[in-house]
Design a protein around this ligand. Structure first.
Ligand code: PEP
Length: 255
């Protein structure tokens, strides 16, 4: 049985005071009966504030990116060890904005995935196709290629207990959501592809959907067999919306 998960990606948003009031709203409004794991991924400079605020609560936190090195002359970067030092549990790897704006290749993403695990963090690996790739019928080949790059570095054993987020790039921040069927189709493809290598690992893996998830579309998306929760951008910046999405994991049909 997979535990549902809702992770908020704050992207490059928020001051210390915004983070404080957002988290007051989230922690104060969380339904104690929820089985869903709740995670927030703030900009790294806010992690100390978030760590202090969330210590002793059920909400965990993580980074949005990490460098492939342990430390040293890498100006502007942040290491997995630094994220871990401030109590992070997770780190997002290969978000489409990192891939498209900062030119992160599949191979670099795979190295980051490996580095996250080396530093004791759980990677949330983002995969997903561009609109033109979907229109050309290349969704599975693109997502398959992104997964293969990670498999080539860590092997199937390296995916054990990690998290994958399927985020069709055309749905991120656009207000366009994949339909529940479109999401399930790709999630199933991911799980089946990995199950061919190790069924136990694939069955235990949480596959989140991301791309314009809102409180009013979350329940339908999460009701799919292979959709284990969501990676939430814009709606994670409003406590009520984020809580609404967390609540939508109730009655989820998890394998
Ligand atoms: C994201 O940034 O990962 C994301 C899914 O954004 P949004 O929910 O705003 O589409």
């Amino acid at each position: 049985m997979r535990r549902p998960m809702v992770a908020g990606n704050w992207k490059m948003n928020g001051t210390r005071s915004d983070a404080g009031s957002l988290l007051d709203g989230v922690v104060g409004g969380l339904d104690a009966s929820l089985t869903c794991e709740v995670v927030v991924c703030p900009p790294s400079i806010l992690i100390p504030v978030v760590a202090e605020k969330l210590a002793g609560t059920s909400v965990s936190w993580g980074g949005q990116n990490l460098d492939t090195h342990d430390g040293g002359a890498y100006t502007g970067e942040i290491s997995g060890g630094m994220l871990k030092d401030f109590g992070s549990t997770y780190v997002i790897v290969g978000h489409s904005e990192r891939r498209s704006i900062y030119g992160e290749s599949d191979d670099l993403v795979a190295e980051k995935f490996q580095q996250a695990q080396k530093t004791g963090l759980i990677p949330i690996l983002c995969v997903g196709e561009l609109l033109e790739e979907r229109e050309r019928g290349q969704t599975e080949s693109v997502v398959g290629r992104q997964l293969d790059a990670v498999l080539a570095v860590v092997g199937i054993a390296g995916l054990k207990d990690t998290v994958i987020a399927y985020e069709p790039v055309w749905a991120i921040g656009t207000g366009k959501t994949a339909s529940a069927d479109q999401a399930q189709e790709v999630h199933k493809f991911i799980r089946t592809k990995l199950a061919d290598k190790d069924a136990n690992i694939a069955n235990g893996l949480r596959i989140l959907y991301g791309g314009s998830v809102k409180p009013d579309n979350a329940a339908e998306l999460f009701a799919n067999e292979d959709v284990d929760g969501g990676l939430i951008g814009g709606a994670s910046l409003k406590a009520q919306d984020f809580l609404g999405i967390c609540n939508a994991t109730k009655n989820q049909d998890l394998g």
